[in-house]
Design a protein around this ligand. Structure first.
Ligand code: SF4
Length: 213
């Protein structure tokens, strides 16, 4: 990444972190994925059961595999070969895990976390259930405000996600959202986490790289 772009991203990360902290979310900043992964593995060492929201960011960091290799009980509902019942069971176990890792579709310079989900398991676990939640995001997820966040989700995050999952939606074919009524529509619930919820220790880890969609 160009040094000036890296500098700009770092300024945005610091501004977002200040706003997140003000809203009750402890936030750690990292200049590289290697530093972030080392920190996350150390943080996860105290947890026995670790859940993962569906996330390209976490997959790109190799976090589920690293923690599996470390002997942790990893709860990954997207694992190949799971039946629909087994997948649902894993999602339910995620709600009671010690530590839940997820990314976010967008985060704002006002310190809000914005997500759109299809099943709802990911956004549910972000607000209540797991003892601790760590949101891991690349600086590419930072936007100015709520309006930009919602636009980012529809214009940047959803089309490649729908295509990756092979869903029959307009965005997976044209790359653009038509606010569809497709049976496979992935936009079914929108959450805006504005402040730390009372029973969930939610922390944010921001990385100065492009990660996920
Ligand atoms: S509403 Fe439909 S077209 Fe728009 S992003 Fe969601 S799934 Fe894609």
């Amino acid at each position: 990444m160009d040094e000036n772009v890296r500098w700009h991203r770092r300024q945005l990360m610091e501004a977002a972190a200040a706003a997140l902290e003000k809203n009750g979310f402890p936030t750690a900043l990292f200049d590289s994925r290697q530093e972030a992964v080392a920190h996350l593995l150390t943080t996860a060492s105290a947890a026995d059961s670790i859940g993962f929201g569906g996330s390209m960011t976490l997959a790109e960091l190799g976090l589920p595999e690293r923690l599996q290799e470390a002997g942790k009980k990893t709860l990954v509902h997207g694992r190949a070969g799971l039946s629909p019942e087994a997948r649902r069971q894993v999602m339910q176990e995620q709600l009671g895990c010690d530590l839940f890792f997820t990314s976010t579709n967008a985060l704002t310079l006002k310190g809000q976390l914005v997500n759109i989900d299809a099943t709802g398991n990911r956004v549910c676990a972000m607000v209540f259930g797991p003892k601790r939640v760590i949101v891991v995001a690349g600086a590419n997820k930072i936007v100015a405000d709520l309006e930009s966040a919602l636009r980012r989700v529809k214009e940047v995050a959803c089309p490649p996600n729908a295509r990756r999952l092979n869903f029959d939606t307009p965005c997976a074919k044209t790359g653009r959202c038509t606010d569809c009524n497709s049976p496979q529509r992935i936009c079914r619930i929108t959450t805006i986490i504005e402040r730390r919820t009372r029973a969930t220790d939610l922390q944010v880890c921001l990385i100065n790289e492009d990660l996920g969609y």
